[in-house]
Write a protein that binds this ligand. Sequence first.
Ligand SMILES: Nc1ncnc2c1ncn2[C@@H]1O[C@H](COP(=O)(O)OP(=O)(O)O)[C@@H](O)[C@H]1O
Ligand SMILES: [Mg+2]
Length: 180
Amino acid sequence: MPLAAVVSEVIDGERLAAGEADISFSEDIPAGMVVRADGEQLYRVILNLVRNARQAIAASGRPGEIGLSAVEDDEAWWIFVTDTGPGLPPKAREHLFQAFQGGASKGGTGLGLAIANEIVRGHGGRLELRRSDERGTEFAIRLPKETAQLAPPPPFADDLPAEEAEEVPPLHRGGTEAAE
Ligand SMILES: Nc1ncnc2c1ncn2[C@@H]1O[C@H](COP(=O)(O)OP(=O)(O)O)[C@@H](O)[C@H]1O
Ligand SMILES: [Mg+2]
């Protein structure tokens, strides 16, 4: 999935949604960076993070900036979403990634970060809160390049009597079927 295209789509939509609020967006995604992820799901994850940042800045009544950047190393792609907003409220920090628990806003479901975290984990990756204080917040998405981490758990073991379950050979992991 070409990352720059996904990021641009999110920013275009959120720039519109920002309306009158004084929010600027910046993106620094290496040209041609392609990550292995479901495009729709990756869009949802990035949208959730950027929308949270946009809403937090708007609610603060102050100007702010939202930045998206990415880097890669041998093992993984890293996508960073930073903002200069007010930081996560304590309740959201305590219940980070827990459904229905951390939402502080009216109209929010408290599901966004929980869903984003599940999607990233479904890609064998992780979602990290890097920093959050009164100067802003930074989330990092790590997507591994190693496809072995994408393999599902063994599907049959639970259905078999214990003795037979032990005969089930270890599943082949690390297929090449993962969607690009
Ligand atoms: N970038 C951010 N800056 C400040 N607060 C944030 C940020 N991202 C998330 N939050 C806080 O975390 C809460 C949980 O976020 P989320 O799971 O997306 O639920 P929702 O947006 O539906 O409330 C939000 O209500 C908000 O208080
Ligand atoms: Mg949200």
